[in-house]
Design a protein around this ligand. Structure first.
Ligand code: ARG
Length: 396
C-alpha cells in the first residue's frame, strides 16, 4: 500500500508509526463521509470540464463499491496507509488503475479531512440528540407512573421544600431536551464547505465550482477565503464537544442523584437486581455501578473539551499535523456521551421510587416556607416577620 506523498524515498518506520499513531483506527468512522465527499468532488470536476465524465462516473461507482465493502467489514485502513483518505485512494487505484489519479485534482487531504469531519459531526449530533431524547422519554415515563409521589427537595443536600417525583423527573427531562436542541444547533460551523480550499491556499490555475459540492454535501455556504478553512479546524469540533459536555453533565447529575437515592440511608429508589453489580467479598452488596460510571464519564468530558480547545490555541495559521489529535478527544467524548445516554434510557424504566421511603422523608420542616407564606397572608404581616416567627420554631 502506497502513501499518497510517496516520491520514492525511504520513510523511517518508527517516525511513520509515531506520526500515524491511532489515527488510522479513528479514521474508520470517516470512511463513508470521505467517500461521499470524494464522489461530490469527482462529479464537480466533471461538470467543470476538468475530468472526462466517463472517468468521473467510473470513479463515483468504484468509490461506492469501496464504501460498501468497508461497511461490510471487508477492508480496514492499515497503519502504513496513514489515514482514510489514502486508504480509499489506494483502493480506487487498485480498481481503476491510473484513472483513479484524477480524483485528487484540486484537493488535498487537508480539505478532505475538514470535509469528512464536518459531515461526521453533523450526523453524530443528530444521533446523539436522538439518544438524549430517549432518556427524556424514560424520564417522562417515570413522571407518568409515579409523578405524584412526594419527594423532599434539597438545597445544600439539606431538606428544603416539598417536591415530587414528577418535578424531579421533568426537571431533568426538560434540561436533556434542551441539550438535544443545543446539539442540533452546534452544527452551524459544520455547515460551511471547506472542500476546494485544498491544502489551505486554494487551487491556483484551476477553477472549481465549490458551490456545487456545497449543495451536494448539504453545506449551506462555501468557506471563503480559502485561508479561513484551516483556521476553523477544531472550532466546529469544540462547539460540538461543548454541547456534548452539557448533555453528559446532565446525565452525570441524574446518575449522581440515583446513586444517592439508592443508598440504604435514603432508600428512595429500588433498582432491579439485573442492573446492579455485586462485590467479590461482601455477599450482600448490590451496587449501582452503572450510575457511578455515567457520573465518571461526565467528569472526563470537560478534559476532552479542553484538549480540543488547547490544541489550536496559539497555533500559527495553516495546516499542522497537531490537528489530527482533535480526533481522539472528540470521538472519545461523542462515544462516551452516546453510551451514557443509551444506558440511562435502558436502565431508567427499571428505576422504581419507594413511596414508603419518600413519604417518610417528608418531615414538617419541609413546609416551613409555606407556613410563613400562610402567616404572611392570613395576618397581613411582612414576609420577613412571618419568616422570623416560623424560624423560631426551628432554632436550637
Ligand atoms: N490525518 C491527517 C489529519 O487528521 C490528515 C491530513 C494529513 N495532511 C497532511 N498534510 N499530512 O490531519
Amino acid at each position: 500500500m502506497k502513501r499518497l506523498w510517496d516520491k520514492g524515498g525511504d520513510a523511517d518506520a518508527m517516525v511513520m508509526a509515531f506520526t500515524v499513531g491511532d489515527d488510522f483506527r479513528w479514521d474508520a468512522r470517516l470512511v463513508a463521509h470521505d467517500i461521499r465527499a470524494s464522489q461530490a468532488h469527482a462529479r464537480m470536476l466533471a461538470s467543470c470540464g476538468h475530468v472526462e465524465s466517463g472517468i468521473a462516473e467510473r470513479i463515483i461507482v468504484a468509490l461506492a463499491e469501496i464504501g460498501e465493502a468497508h461497511a461490510r467489514g471487508e477492508w480496514e485502513i492499515s497503519p502504513e496507509e496513514e489515514d482514510c483518505h489514502t486508504a480509499i485512494e489506494n483502493r480506487l487505484a487498485a480498481k481503476l488503475g491510473d484513472e483513479a489519479g484524477w480524483v485528487h485534482l484540486g484537493r488535498s487531504r487537508n480539505d478532505q479531512v475538514l470535509t469528512a469531519m464536518r459531515l461526521y459531526v453533523r450526523e453524530a449530533c443528530e444521533s446523539l440528540a436522538q439518544s438524549a431524547e430517549s432518556v427524556v422519554e424514560s424520564l417522562f415515563a417515570i413522571a407518568d407512573a409515579q409523578g405524584d409521589l412526594a419527594l423532599p427537595g434539597y438545597t445544600h443536600l439539606q431538606r428544603a421544600m416539598p417536591s415530587t417525583v414528577g418535578l424531579w423527573a421533568e426537571g431533568f427531562a426538560t434540561e436533556l431536551r434542551d441539550d438535544a436542541v443545543g446539539l442540533r444547533g452546534a452544527t452551524r460551523r459544520a455547515l460551511t464547505n471547506p472542500l476546494g480550499s485544498a491544502a489551505g491556499y486554494g487551487t491556483p490555475g484551476l477553477s472549481l465550482d465549490r458551490s456545487q459540492t456545497a449543495s451536494e454535501l448539504g453545506f449551506s455556504s462555501v468557506q471563503e477565503p480559502v485561508t479561513a478553512a484551516q483556521l476553523s479546524r477544531g472550532k466546529a469540533e469544540a462547539e460540538v464537544a461543548f454541547q456534548t459536555t452539557l448533555l453528559i453533565q446532565d446525565l452525570g447529575r441524574l446518575a449522581s442523584d440515583l446513586v444517592l437515592y439508592a443508598t440504604a440511608e435514603f432508600g428512595f429508589v429500588a433498582l432491579p437486581e439485573r442492573f446492579t453489580t455485586g462485590s467479590s467479598i461482601m455477599p450482600q452488596k448490590r451496587n449501582p455501578d452503572v450510575f457511578e460510571l455515567v457520573r465518571a464519564h461526565s467528569a472526563q468530558a470537560s478534559s476532552d473539551l479542553l484538549a480540543i480547545l488547547n490544541l489550536t490555541a496559539k497555533m500559527t495559521s495553516g495546516y499542522h499535523r497537531d490537528l489530527q489529535q482533535i480526533k481522539p478527544p472528540l470521538f472519545g467524548l461523542l462515544d462516551r456521551a452516546a453510551a451514557c445516554a443509551e444506558v440511562m434510557a435502558h436502565v431508567l424504566p427499571g428505576v422504581r421510587f419507594r413511596a414508603d421511603r419518600t413519604e417518610a422523608a417528608m418531615d414538617p420542616s419541609l413546609f416551613a416556607t409555606e407556613e410563613a407564606y400562610r402567616l404572611c397572608q392570613a395576618e397581613g404581616i411582612p414576609f420577613r416577620e412571618a419568616y422570623r416567627r416560623v424560624g423560631a420554631k426551628y432554632r436550637g
